[in-house]
Unconditional design. Sequence first.
Length: 203
Amino acid sequence: MGDTFAMGKDAHVAARFAEGADEGRLQYEAPKLLFRGAQRRVWDAAALKGVRSEGGDLVLADGSRFALGEVQAPRWAEAINNPKGRLDKLGVKAGMRVAVLGVADDAIAGELAGRGATLVNDLEALDILFYAADSAAELARIGDLVPTLADKGALWVVSRKGKSAKVKDVEVMAAAKSFGLVDNKVVGFSDTLTALRFTRRKT
């Protein structure tokens, strides 16, 4: 019944709480679980300790139950109990050649080093390129960056999200598509940034 999205998990569910039943949208994006039904409810990391799958339900420590089904309930429990880190979501692995262009994030370099990836300045044969683009001019530069990617390399276009967004995701996708790229994943890069993943179109 549940669907897994790149930024987390999302499903329409029947729910049971101490005060009665409800129905609505359940979303998980580490470290929070959010339910939007008759009431909006949020559980953070501490409240999610001990979450389990039981009879097709996702069951929280406070007794709240969400009917996700026999297949999805265990998957949600596993995702909540063992949340993936940012680099896992971004597909960064040890030994990869990675470059970061213009992304305002003080932690990324240290995370890459801890993962065993090589942060490089020479834009050549890149496994992953993180590129900040928040204007039409920056999107237009994507064409110059495509040749820097290895054959199976990925370009992550990182942009501001929410009310501070300067470009829309459809604009980012249209720009990348015009240079022969296809989008295949979206990830919340940080609290203020979102990232779209692009690779070369298969021929």
